[in-house]
Design a protein around this ligand. Structure first.
Ligand SMILES: NC(=O)c1ccc[n+]([C@@H]2O[C@H](COP(=O)([O-])OP(=O)(O)OC[C@H]3O[C@@H](n4cnc5c(N)ncnc54)[C@H](O)[C@@H]3O)[C@@H](O)[C@H]2O)c1
Length: 273
């Protein structure tokens, strides 16, 4: 790993286990020379192996439910004590009770829908608003959240997470404008391929979607590891004028109409009759 984050400090949310995209980002950020602080929801810290990651990376681990403003304030207070200001933030969290409990999109539970929005999108606004109020970010800092192409196209199995991701991408654009003007901080979302993580595999029909995306992506699906590489570049000084963007990291999936692989699969399906 090139030491392109030397001297930088940041907060990484959402590392649950070694499959998590945030887990890979945390490892690579350290390898690239950054100091980091890790955080996850209290329940995830009790159940998951995040503590071992924190020990390995010599990172402080702070419990925070990122829908809760007080928790975010406490998290940032610890970060300020340890680092002064920070250079990067990763929002890598998502959860939908409707997905978990298999409620179809045409029969949503609206209390759960609010939770989906709050955890998966509004938490991003809360993180940025609190960062602004507490003057957490260094100039030319970078804030990244993870999205999915269903924010822009209809994907049957992705349920109310489609709307949450659309909101997340909109928040990145809108907040990005204010953060750029006030602190020269950039805000982007990375739209990642289907990835076999706890959140990913919780979506109905994940395996079929994963295989379909693989066949539809000229470069193949992007892995969590590759996603982390891209996020590290976005945290680095090599992307200082990239902001308010949704950046596809998907092996080309989002620009493809159809591939030979998918046509061939349909030909053999039709032949089978
Ligand atoms: N896996 C995929 O196929 C895929 C594709 C595109 C985008 N993404 C996005 O990547 C991000 C990371 O997910 P992942 O795939 O690494 O799965 P993951 O299950 O490893 O991570 C999700 C994390 O969200 C955390 N979380 C949930 N509610 C929280 C709360 N209230 N406060 C703090 N943390 C909370 C969980 O504890 C967990 O660590 C999510 O935004 C997800 O939507 C995933």
């Amino acid at each position: 790993m090139h030491p392109i984050l030397t001297g930088k400090k940041g907060i990484v949310t959402g590392a649950l286990d070694e499959n998590s995209i945030a887990w890979k980002v945390a490892e690579k950020a350290r390898a690239a020379g950054a100091e980091i602080l890790l955080t996850n929801a209290p329940v995830a810290l009790r159940m998951g192996p995040v503590k071992s990651l924190a020990e390995k990376l010599n990172a402080e681990l702070v419990p925070a439910d990122l829908t809760n403003l007080e928790d975010i304030e406490k998290l940032y207070s610890v970060a300020k004590e340890r680092f002064g200001k920070v250079d990067f933030l990763l929002h890598s969290i998502g959860m939908s009770p409707n997905v978990r409990k298999k409620r179809p999109y045409t029969d949503l539970n609206y209390t759960w829908l609010q939770q989906t929005y709050d955890v998966s999108a509004v938490s991003f606004h809360k993180m940025m608003q609190t960062a602004l109020k507490m003057d957490l970010m260094n100039e030319w800092g970078s804030i990244v959240a993870l999205s999915y192409v269903a924010a822009q196209r209809a994907f049957a199995g992705y349920n109310d997470m489609t709307d949450a991701k659309a909101l997340l991408e909109s928040i990145a654009r809108t907040f990005g404008q204010f953060f750029a003007k006030s602190h020269k901080v950039r805000v982007n979302t990375v739209s990642q391929s289907p990835t076999p993580t706890t959140a990913g595999t919780g979506v109905s029909g994940f395996e079929a979607m994963f295989n379909f995306a693989e066949a539809m992506s000229p470069l193949g699906n992007a892995t969590a590891d590759e996603c982390a590489d891209f996020v590290i570049i976005l945290f680095s000084d090599y992307t200082r004028k990239v902001t308010m963007q949704n950046l596809f990291h998907d092996g080309g999936f989002s620009s493809v109409g159809v591939t030979e692989e998918v046509l061939k699969a349909f030909e053999s399906y039709n032949k089978q009759g």
